[in-house]
Write a protein that binds this ligand. Structure first.
Ligand SMILES: [Zn+2]
Length: 237
C-alpha cells in the first residue's frame, strides 16, 4: 500500500513538474497572470466570438441570427471541421465575419509536444487558407490552456493569442438560455470579449440550441447598454 502511495505521489509530482514546465497561462488565472489575453477592447464595443465550428447544422443558424441583427463576430474554427465543410468558411467570410484558429483537433495542448502543436496550428491555417483564401491573425488554443509551445508557435506564424473575458458556459448539458444569460451578465463589461459556441462538436449534443436561444437576448442586452458588436480586428486589443 505504501509503495503504491509513493508511486502515486511520484507520478503526480512528475505531472506537476511537466505542467509547471510547459504551462504558460490558463484562462482561469489569466486575470492575474496575463490580463492581455482576455481581449479587453474599446469600452464602446464588445467582441462576440464563437468556437468549435464550422458545423453544417448549427453554424448556418448562428449566421442567420447575426445577419438579421446586423452583428459581426469572430469564429475560432477547428481545422478538421474546416476540411469537412469548406463552404461554411466562405459563408462566414461572405457575411463579413472574421476567422481565428482554434486548432486542428480539439485537444488540450498541455501534454502535447511543441512539434505537434506547431503542426496543429500550421495545418489549421492551411485548411482555412485553402477554403477561404484568407489567413487568420488570431489564435485561441482549446480549453483556454496556453502552453509555452503555443506562445512560440503563434509568434512564428504571426498569430496573436486571445482568450475571452466573458463566457456563457453554453456547452454544458445543464445550460439553458437563462443560465447562459446569467453567466454573461455577471461578467459583461464594456470592451468585453465574449465566448460562445456555434457547434456542439466538443460539447453536450444539441447544446448549440441553447446558444441559439440566448443569442438574441445577448444582442438586446448589449444594445441596451449601447455597446456595438465588432470583430476582434476592430476591438482595439
Ligand atoms: Zn473549444
Amino acid at each position: 500500500m505504501k509503495t503504491t502511495t509513493a508511486i502515486a505521489t511520484l507520478a503526480s509530482a512528475k505531472i506537476a513538474l511537466h505542467v509547471g514546465t510547459f504551462l504558460a497561462h490558463t484562462w482561469l488565472l489569466a486575470p492575474l497572470t496575463a490580463p492581455w489575453l482576455l481581449g479587453n477592447g474599446h469600452p464602446q464595443s464588445i467582441a462576440l466570438t464563437f468556437d468549435d465550428g464550422p458545423d453544417p447544422i448549427s453554424t448556418p443558424q448562428v449566421l442567420d441570427i447575426l445577419e438579421r441583427n446586423a452583428v459581426k463576430a469572430t469564429f475560432f474554427v477547428l481545422g478538421e471541421m474546416v476540411d469537412r465543410q469548406p463552404q461554411l468558411i466562405r459563408d462566414i467570410l461572405a457575411a463579413g465575419h472574421e476567422l481565428g484558429v482554434h486548432g486542428y483537433w480539439h485537444k488540450n495542448h498541455l501534454f502535447r509536444s511543441a512539434r505537434s502543436i506547431r503542426y496543429d496550428i500550421a495545418r489549421t491555417l492551411a485548411a482555412v487558407e485553402a477554403a477561404g483564401g484568407v489567413r487568420p491573425t488570431w489564435y485561441r488554443p482549446p480549453y483556454g490552456v496556453v502552453t509555452r509551445a503555443d506562445l512560440t508557435a503563434a509568434h512564428a506564424e504571426g498569430l496573436r493569442i486571445v482568450l475571452w473575458g466573458t463566457w456563457g458556459r453554453d456547452w454544458r448539458r445543464q445550460a439553458s438560455a437563462v443560465s447562459v444569460m446569467a453567466d454573461l451578465r455577471s461578467r459583461l463589461r464594456p470592451g468585453s470579449t465574449i465566448l460562445l459556441h456555434d457547434s456542439d462538436h466538443t460539447s453536450y449534443p444539441g447544446s448549440f440550441q441553447t446558444t441559439i436561444q440566448a443569442l438574441p437576448q445577448l444582442i438586446d442586452l448589449a444594445r441596451s447598454q449601447e455597446l456595438a458588436f465588432v470583430t476582434l480586428a476592430h476591438h482595439g486589443i
